[in-house]
Design a binder for this molecule. Structure first.
Ligand code: GLU
Length: 470
């Protein structure tokens, strides 16, 4: 078989939707797996609704997910000349005709059909017209006569047939001279030698029209694979009611791209009961045969589960880089704090998202420490002053903050004070963190390091002295 050529063809009229990203991912994976080519085409023939901002949003999202393309991006708005030629070709061949029916006339016809209980459909008034009035017109594609049907074997859905009488003489060029989606998608897929079209199943109804256009234009018909929609938890089509539908909104919420990719693939594809897939696994394992025929259901808890998995197992250096902007957003100056990689390591087990990690990391950078009032009242009291003095002394004379050393120190403090571990760790934790949820005390001490830890304990002693003086 010739080289596999697939494409992703988004319309730049908004952000990259979860469903679009999944389609792009399926195409990307198959191209990689089969050593084929993945082409990106921006379908911006609807000039009024297409924006550069949206193109950028789509490119950013693909880049974030790691979906690199081999060719493109191609822009349909650069290709109007080609489309005009093809419309002319169809007119010359008698496969298309100019239709002068006005919007009002068409509305009236539609109403009439509805009254009669018929499916509204263009009645072919201008099909056999020979004059060319000086009036606005659209160009319609002449469908074959009723009684016939178009069938194709979808790689996911199986054999699908449409009777021609269900179809309309569709408009391929608008009154303003711009071509419509069904025409340009065929021209471009054919000219770009796409041989497998993987896209959302909302385009199934367009497929017979497109096949007829391929035939009329003398092009080879590609294969099709229509991917089921993604539904919300209530089994209705995924929409904003179910949460964010823009891929990049998930980046902003602190999700990792590898979690998103792993999540997207499981919305409609499976490999036994495995759940965790790296991009490399996917390139090896992905196939259209395991794409389900029914819709995937969006499940935010699963995304959280995957994200926390990838945070737990992620490379701390990389996570530190990804976390950095979230800290900056909170007004934290990372350079003034402890080593960021150490901060990350201490929080990997405890964070579902990078937003959570940033929130959990804030105390490391808060000098002086800001105390939680309740925690302060409970643990920074005059009777704790001696304890803090002992801690200060012991920590001050400790030369290394490794796990064993800290254990030795704590044992000594427990002996001197005759207090249980918790009675020491709790006030110390408030001194070091202000009283927010935090990793274990040894870890906090290690991340802060000796200097910062001592400063914070001294701050606690001063706070106690102030309370005593009040
Ligand atoms: N531009 C179309 C869309 O965004 C592409 C459809 C197709 O893949 O053929 O829905």
């Amino acid at each position: 078989m010739s080289e596999l050529r697939v494409r992703f063809a988004p319309s730049p009229t908004g952000y990259l939707h979860i469903g679009g990203a999944r389609t792009a991912l399926f195409n990307y994976l198959l191209a990689k797996k089969e050593a084929g080519k993945f082409i990106l085409r921006i379908e911006d023939t609807d000039v009024a609704r297409s924006t550069q901002e949206s193109v950028d949003a789509i490119l950013d999202a693909m880049n974030w997910l790691g979906l690199s393309y081999d060719e493109g991006p191609f822009y349909q708005s650069d290709r109007f000349e080609l489309y005009r030629e093809k419309v002319q070709q169809l007119l010359t061949q008698g496969r298309a005709y100019r239709c002068y029916c006005s919007a009002e006339e068409l509305d009236a016809k539609r109403e009439k059909a509805k009254e009669k209980g018929l499916k509204p459909k263009y009645d072919g008034t201008c099909r056999n017209r020979t004059d060319q009035p000086d009036a606005p017109y659209v160009v319609r594609f002449k469908l074959p006569e009723a009684g016939e049907e178009t069938t194709f074997v979808d790689r996911i859905k199986g054999s699908i047939s449409f009777r021609h009488e269900e179809l309309d003489d569709l408009i391929i060029q608008r009154t303003d001279g711009t071509p419509t989606y069904n025409l340009v998608v065929v021209i471009d897929d054919a000219e770009m030698e796409i041989n497998l079209i993987i896209r959302g199943d909302d385009h199934i109804n367009n497929t017979p029209r497109q096949i007829l256009l391929y035939e009329a234009l003398g092009y080879t018909i590609p294969e099709f694979a229509h991917v089921p929609m993604i539904l919300g938890s209530d089994k209705k089509r995924l929409s904003k009611r179910h949460g964010a539908t823009s891929v990049m909104a998930y980046q902003e919420m602190g999700y990792l791209p590898e979690a998103m990719v792993n999540y997207l693939i499981r919305l409609g594809w499976s490999s036994g009961d495995e759940e965790i897939f790296s991009m490399t696994d996917l390139i090896e394992k992905f196939s259209l045969e395991n794409v389900g025929r029914s819709a995937g259901v969006f499940n935010p808890e699963k995304l959280n589960w995957l994200n926390s998995h990838y945070i737990k197992t992620g490379d701390p250096e990389r996570l530190a880089e990804l976390l950095n902007p979230f800290l900056t957003q909170k007004g934290i100056v990372v350079e003034n704090g402890p080593n960021l990689v150490a901060v990350v390591k201490s929080l990997q087990e405890r964070s579902v998202t990078l937003i959570e990690m940033a929130a959990g990391a804030a105390f490391y950078f808060a000098d002086p420490v800001v105390y939680d009032e309740k925690a302060k009242k409970k643990f920074l009291q005059p009777e704790q002053k001696d304890l803090f003095k002992i801690i200060l002394e012991k920590i001050g004379s400790c030369d290394s903050f490794n796990e064993e050393q800290l254990e030795v120190i704590f044992k000594e403090i427990m002996q001197i004070t005759e207090l249980k571990f918790g009675k020491i760790a709790q006030p110390l934790r408030v001194a070091l963190t202000g009283g927010v949820p935090s990793p274990g005390i040894y870890q906090v001490l290690q991340v802060l390091g000796k200097e910062r830890s001592l400063q914070r304990i001294e701050q606690a002693v001063r706070a106690i002295e102030q309370i005593a003086a009040e």
